[in-house]
Design a protein around this ligand. Structure first.
Ligand code: LLP
Length: 387
């Protein structure tokens, strides 16, 4: 329980990110067991959290790395991910990033446009190499999630539309330095309705059929990530239901003989192991509600401000009757607000506040706006064994 830890933090500067490595380990264990059952391969979407102890643990569990920048590829290599298990996605890979990934012989580039394909072919030729590529196809499936984190609709910038495929196959005939090894799909993030994944499978089957009818056999199929977590009741669902998630794909995907299925999970693996710990700086009386002003703000956790995302907020220091607060940060922006009209036990200066489910897309999205110091990370639980 986080409340039991407060005594240890009296001299700890706030805000800080708190990561529970034991919970992370249990989460990885369950994800691995569920995926292994169907021989699915999981690449961790590093964009969710790229801290050293977290990456080390994930690598120890045998996951690959899903990267979206040259620096992520660099970080994955530095953390000893096998290049054969590194995939590189992203709608705007620069020449320098492509060159770096080519030089390091990563497993696959997930390509998002014909121009990108031509550029990778040219750069691979210059290095005297053949690059493995997968086509990221936009399946036009609604992820039923916040519109800012939906990626698989035709209106989104991501992926290649199905009607472009014919032309792309012609283009690939003229790209001797590329080998097409698979298709890639990712429809969005924080998906909690598992039916969405069934719809994805059905669409993927259609696309696979399209290739098969042209006698193109693709040894790899990557269905992306997106499994959501419970931001409302983290304690009740500390570990996502990986078993149900993977079994949907097992049930509905028509996998070709010898074909390897890949996943790219980020949030589901790391979100619940992290909390943002903050102190209350001031309580200020407002017109209708009091403001609880924290020393953490949108610089440490942007999700509520950017996506109207809900994160559970707990006062770890007070047991008093509840009062309504607007919980805000110190940044000079009106949007720097974590929650409005939230009932919290009566709160005072120096109380410790935990903002839960902050292991994914929190620290990685932090900024130095207002020239803020970077909040440090504190790790709970057994240290990672050195590899
Ligand atoms: N694969 C691709 C191609 C992706 O674009 C993403 C996430 C993932 C995998 C991992 O998705 P996950 O399993 O974590 O849902 N900052 C936003 C989330 C952006 C997700 C971007 N892409 C947030 O805080 O909700």
């Amino acid at each position: 329980m986080l409340k039991d830890l407060v005594e240890n933090w009296q001299n700890e500067p706030t805000p800080f990110y708190l990561y529970d490595l034991d919970l992370l380990r249990q989460t990885l264990e369950q994800a691995r067991t569920a995926a292994t059952k169907y021989n699915f391969q999981v690449h961790y979407a590093m964009k969710a959290n790229s801290n050293k102890p977290i990456l080390k643990l994930i690598r120890e569990f045998g996951f690959g790395a899903d990267c979206v920048s040259g620096n992520e590829v660099k970080r994955a290599l530095k953390r000893d991910f096998d290049p054969e298990h590194i995939v590189f996605a992203g709608v705007g890979k620069s020449d320098a990033e492509i060159n770096f990934a080519l030089k390091n012989n990563i497993f696959c580039f997930n390509c998002e446009s014909s121009e990108e394909i031509e550029v990778i072919n040219q750069l691979a030729a210059k290095q005297g190499k053949t690059a493995r590529i997968a086509l990221r196809i936009n399946p036009n499936v609604d992820a039923n999630t916040h519109k800012f984190i939906t990626t698989g609709l035709e209106e989104n910038k991501f992926g290649i539309n199905i009607w472009e495929l014919e032309g792309l196959l012609e283009l690939l005939q003229n790209c001797p330095n590329l080998t097409l090894i698979g298709t890639h799909f990712h429809i969005g993030s924080q998906i909690t309705d598992l039916n969405v994944f069934k719809n994805l499978c059905l669409r993927v089957n259609e696309v696979q059929q399209w290739f098969i009818s042209r006698e193109i056999n693709l040894p790899h199929l990557n269905v992306g990530g997106g499994l959501g977590v419970d931001y409302y009741y983290p304690e009740e669902h500390l570990i996502p239901d990986f078993e149900s998630y993977f079994s949907i794909f097992n049930e509905h995907l028509v996998v070709q003989p010898g074909q390897q299925v890949h996943f790219e999970l980020g949030r589901a693996l790391v979100a619940q192991c992290g909390s943002l710990i903050s102190r209350v700086l001031y309580i200020k009386k407002g017109l209708t509600t009091n403001f609880a002003i924290l020393d953490a703000g949108m610089t440490e956790l942007l999700r509520p401000m950017l996506y109207q995302a809900y994160h559970k907020i707990e006062n770890l220091s007070s047991q008093k009757p509840e009062i309504k607060y607007h919980v805000v940060g110190p940044i000079c922006e009106s949007t720097d607000c974590f929650a409005k009209d939230l009932f919290l036990p009566e709160t005072k200066r120096n109380d410790f506040i935990a903002i839960r489910t902050a292991g994914a897309y929190a620290e990685v999205m932090s900024s130095e706006y207002n020239l803020r110091d970077k909040a440090k990370a504190v790790y709970l639980g057994q240290e990672v064994k050195t590899v």
